[in-house]
Design a protein around this ligand. Structure first.
Ligand code: FES
Length: 562
């Protein structure tokens, strides 16, 4: 008993100076909600509810929660649903990333403060699952991750469409004048038409796969689309398993060991996962006390080829991945590279889980094999050098081959607003050889918005240019593509070298050498450093706390006190 009564003293009671009274009062108030002592003698499973009209990706949450609750009840537990803030990627200003750590803190504190024996964290949209896994890593009760699942694709004028790689592609066509105002409006109504998260291998899909690969989600949970019975059946199974875990606890920190992270990094490489996953996994690892660095990502990415044919690195969508068998079949293909002894929330080792999983079948082309990969190893690469001494990330699988070794003059934008105001200027002095530099888009400056994949300047887009080298301390959407160097650390707002770049300086990118350099001599850079303006911070509230305590991207951009 954990909520009321005296059979087993609850670990967490409200402090009134008399634990017996606290339990009595708790029982009295829960009685008003229809719970009796028999209910409360069962394992209590907290279920985080992130529904919000400001988060359309979570539109399916109510249905999924009903099935989570059903599973809990079937297994003899007592489900108790509690709300947390919901982070809708496309509806939060300036960026949902500014609030990831706030959700992580809120979730961690509510798991700790409320009397539950295990928790199910139901997330989906980009920042929710990372925040929930950060919270889980800091939690003292078993936690299972469940996701809303991806949307199902639609079509427009006979062309299959899905959010959000196609959002960017169609918008780029519109900017280049290839689509009319009327056409772009009908495209807008065709990109995202069911409940669920973006259905390409963007951040939401990547982090769902990471939750499964880390062992924090029951097998097969990352890919079933939101509106399907497969999603609901997985939720029911998760509810049942949560009760078993409450009875025989296995804590997140026992699951999130280094071997779990190395397995997950192999999966991240094979799926061509989002660059955002790098920041999130670093944050989760830090919470779990696992020493993981950017070098680990590069080393593993260089060993594991791209096996999954999903946009933006390939051509398919999450429903294709699901039909092909999802993460379990991918894990089967990667089995020789994985630590099969790892045990996740299922309670079974990875080897046991994969014993009955079939190899990728020949009728499908979404999950490739190590012998016949979709692309070479190195889908993600970590570069460093005088422009990013602590590292930066590039999604090589979504970059242009002819730009991976490139030296060109810088064209500098001081912040995302400056970029927006000048990129469409027909008089902008820019050529396809320029390197577009965006600064003040890092964690301290502005919460690290997804502004790094700057649009191609309009006059070049209209001339048919589709890619240029772009460098920033910001992020880009996991659904984006292009030769984009991101997460430069340290960021410009704390005096990183991006702050010192001037128009016309030469910047050299070599993905082969893993380098990104500003070709300006040290004495000149030191002169420029002396004249950097003093930085102002937000005056109050979460933004101030965040700016004072957020760490750099290479450390996961978590708060330094968490
Ligand atoms: Fe929610 Fe893409 S906007 S997952």
């Amino acid at each position: 008993m954990t909520v009321s009564g005296s059979v087993k003293p609850p670990a967490r009671v409200t402090s009134y100076g008399d634990p017996g009274f606290s339990r009595f009062l708790r029982g009295a108030f829960l009685a008003s909600a229809g719970f009796d002592r028999d209910d409360l003698a069962r394992p209590v499973i907290g279920i985080a509810d992130l529904r919000s009209d400001f988060n359309p990706c979570h539109r399916g949450v109510p249905d999924i929660i009903e099935h989570l609750k059903r599973g809990v009840l079937e297994a003899g537990g007592m489900p108790m649903v509690f709300p947390t803030m919901s982070l809708g990627e496309t509806l939060l200003s300036p960026t949902a990333m500014l609030f990831r750590n706030l959700l992580a803190m809120e979730t961690e504190e509510l798991i700790r403060a409320q009397p539950m024996d295990a928790a199910i964290l139901l997330g989906g949209c980009d920042k929710t699952v990372p925040a929930q896994m950060m919270a889980a890593a800091s939690s003292d009760v078993p936690v299972l991750i469940e996701v809303t699942g991806p949307m199902i694709t639609n079509s427009w004028e006979g062309e299959r469409l899905g959010a959000c790689t196609d959002c960017r592609r169609m918008w780029a066509k519109y900017r280049a004048g290839a689509l009319s105002d009327v056409q772009i409006e009908t495209v807008e109504g065709s990109l995202a038409t069911t409940s669920g998260t973006c259905m390409v291998m963007g951040t939401a899909s990547s982090m769902a796969c990471m939750a499964e690969a880390l062992g924090m989600m029951l097998p097969g949970g990352a890919t079933p689309p939101s509106p399907t019975g497969g999603r609901l059946r997985h939720a029911t199974a998760t509810g049942r398993r949560a009760v078993e875990l409450a009875r025989e606890p296995r804590l997140p920190r026992e699951i999130l060991d280094r071997s779990a992270f190395l397995n997950a990094l192999r999966v991240l490489a094979a799926i061509g996962g989002s660059t955002n996953a790098v920041v999130h996994i670093l944050a989760i690892a830090r919470r779990a006390g696992v020493a993981l660095t950017l070098d680990d990502f590069d080393t593993i990415a260089s060993q594991v080829p791209l096996l999954i044919d999903l946009k933006p690195s390939g051509s398919g969508y999450m429903e294709d991945f699901d039909r092909a068998g999802g993460v379990p079949v991918l894990l089967k293909e990667l089995e020789s590279l994985l630590d099969g002894g790892h045990v996740g929330v299922s309670g079974r080792s990875l080897t046991e889980e994969l014993a009955d999983v079939p190899r990728a079948q020949s009728w499908q082309t979404t999950i490739r094999t190590l012998d016949d990969p979709l692309g070479p190893a190195g889908a993600l690469a970590i570069v460093s050098g005088s422009l990013a001494p602590d590292g930066a990330v590039i999604k090589a699988s979504a970059a242009s081959a002819h730009l991976m070794e490139h030296t060109g003059p810088a064209l500098v934008f001081d912040d995302p607003v400056d970029a927006v105001s000048r990129l469409d200027d027909p008089d902008l002095d820019v050529t396809p050889d320029h390197v577009l530099v965006l600064r003040n888009a890092g964690p301290v400056a502005s919460g690290m918005p997804e502004a790094g994949s700057l649009p191609i300047p309009r006059k070049l887009a209209e001339a048919g240019i589709t890619d240029m080298v772009r460098v920033s301390d910001g992020r880009m959407s996991g659904t984006s593509y292009g030769t984009v160097v991101l997460h430069c650390a340290p960021e410009s707002a704390v005096g990183g070298p991006l702050a010192l770049v001037r128009n016309g300086d030469l910047i050299a990118l070599s993905v082969a050498n893993r380098s990104i350099d500003l070709l300006v001599d040290d004495a000149e850079l030191e002169r420029r450093r002396q004249s950097l303006p003093e930085r102002t911070k937000p005056e109050r509230g979460w933004s101030r706390l965040y700016a004072d305590h957020v760490m750099q991207a290479n450390l996961g951009a978590d708060m330094d006190f968490l």
